[in-house]
Design a protein around this ligand. Structure first.
Ligand code: NAD
Length: 440
């Protein structure tokens, strides 16, 4: 089939590449000329495990093409995907200007039947608004389908090629047949394509992300109580997660959720509830807990050094909002660094993939030093702060850490190390939900 993907960011690039991998002809379009030029020259614009091989193979076989010309991209396409940004507006609701703007343009361009698929995360009722925006100018038949994307950055290719499920919202039999054919290669092992109405599909995405965010905030509160009562959240997690009504995943306490999806989607669902005169009490608390959790490690640092951190240097391991991505959108590391800077401290940071992104975001900061390795970051620091659970941080010699740091403090926001091993080496080790501290 011939496809167009409008918006070539994380979702658009991964979806476009994975659709090409099963034999479709895909043209990805973006308004960002630099991005398209880079992709055309065979260079990826994001870091995502497994993407490079698929990207190169499909470019070589001319199934994956890039352009800035919307008309060229959609002219021959049977299916047009919208993978456009839906950032939070000032009031927390999703900003639909990108999606509706492109929908209006499409109405003027399309000349034969198209299935137009919304892959962006959009509030309930958006499919109808997209349909109206296209219909304003369209002289041909078309269907609008809601097909929310559930891929996770860091394992996006795997998630796309072998999805747990595909959700498709449509009331058109014609569009349903097209979508069935498109997704058939991805669900050969029996994972379902779940058809429903557009509104339910839109709600499914928000409900799923908000539920996962709720689990994280819930476990962070359990961790905070564990510290007060002298319990260990890691044992509690294992004990809870072994109950198959609960399951092991998304039960890790840490420095709060971040990234480009959870914060904005939780906020947008709360906003949808408010607009419908419903107070979504749980979600308001989920957000409040998360904001506090992001800076819980600064509180730990201040409990040791006091409020004024002027002259102190902190090593930061991990900047991406989670491992295996270079994405720092709404990353807890940012809230943490900004709190440290506010208190007068300097940061020396290292991340295996997000250094260029950090440089782009904080180009102006003189109180941030970007380091080439985890070793360089800890050298002479007054404490090590761990924000992202990259594999490369999981093994460390406590004696080496003690020698490298100016003062032997480790504030571990991901509970990576054995508290006893740390304290036996003389390190003052602060973790999340494992008792207040294990002093050496
Ligand atoms: P992104 O910012 O990485 O990519 C969006 C792209 O759209 C950018 O490259 C931008 O230049 C381009 N764009 C903007 N306006 C355009 C226009 N008029 N024409 C063509 N291109 C245009 O965003 P993303 O992370 O890929 O997210 C896209 C949507 O998918 C959002 O609604 C998001 O919530 C949702 N989503 C994201 C993820 C994720 O893990 N990132 C997962 C599931 C769903």
């Amino acid at each position: 089939m011939k496809l167009a993907v409008i918006g070539t960011g994380y979702v658009g690039l991964v979806s476009g590449t994975c659709f090409a991998e099963t034999g479709n002809q895909v043209m990805c379009v973006d308004i960002d000329e630099n991005k398209i030029n880079r992709l055309k020259s065979g260079k990826l614009t994001i870091y995502e495990p497994g993407l490079q091989v698929l990207f190169e193979r499909n470019i070589k076989q001319e199934r994956l093409l890039f352009t800035t010309d919307l008309e060229e991209a959609v002219k021959d396409a049977q299916i047009i995907f919208l993978a456009l940004p839906t950032p939070p507006g000032e009031d927390g609701s999703a900003d639909l200007s990108y999606v509706l703007g492109v929908a209006e343009q499409l109405g003027k361009i399309i000349t034969d039947y198209k299935v137009i698929v919304d892959k962006s995360t959009v509030p309930v009722g958006t499919a109808e608004r997209v349909e109206a925006a296209i219909a304003k100018n369209a002289k041909t038949e078309f269907d609008v389908v809601s097909n929310p994307e559930f891929l996770r950055e860091g394992v996006a290719v795997d998630d796309f090629m072998k999805p747990d499920r595909v959700v498709v919202g449509t009331s058109s039999d014609r569009a349903k047949k097209v979508m069935e054919k498109l997704y058939n290669p991805y669900v050969r092992q029996g994972n379902p394509v779940i058809f429903m109405d557009e509104r339910s599909a839109e709600m499914t995405k928000y409900a799923a992300n908000s539920y996962l965010a709720t689990r994280i905030s819930f476990m962070n509160e359990i961790a905070n109580i564990c510290e007060l009562v002298g319990a260990n959240v890691d044992f509690v997690r294992k004990g809870m997660g072994s109950d198959n009504r609960i399951g092991q995943r998304f039960l890790f306490a840490g420095v709060g959720y971040g990234g480009s999806c959870f914060p904005k989607d939780v906020q947008a669902l709360e906003r949808t509830a408010n607009e419908n005169k419903y107070e979504f009490k749980i979600l308001s608390s989920v957000m409040k807990v998360n904001e506090l959790q992001k800076v819980v490690m600064v509180d730990k640092i201040k409990s040791f050094y006091g409020e004024d951190l002027t002259g102190k240097h902190f090593a930061m391991w991990g900047l991406a909002f989670k491992p295996n991505t270079d994405d720092m959108r709404d990353a807890p590391s940012r809230a943490l660094m900004e709190e440290l800077w506010k208190s007068g401290a300097k940061v020396q940071a290292y991340d295996p993939e997000a250094m260029h992104e950090c440089e782009r975001i904080y180009a102006e900061r003189t109180d941030l030093r970007l380091c080439r390795s985890r070793e360089e970051a800890v050298e002479g620091a007054d404490a090590l702060v761990i924000c992202t659970e990259w594999k490369t941080f999981r093994t460390v010699e406590p004696e080496w850490l003690k020698q490298s740091l100016n003062y032997p403090i480790v504030v571990d926001g991901r509970n990576l190390y054995d508290p006893l091993a740390m304290s036996s080496a003389g390190i003052i080790y602060y973790a999340i939900g494992r008792g207040l501290k294990f002093a050496g």
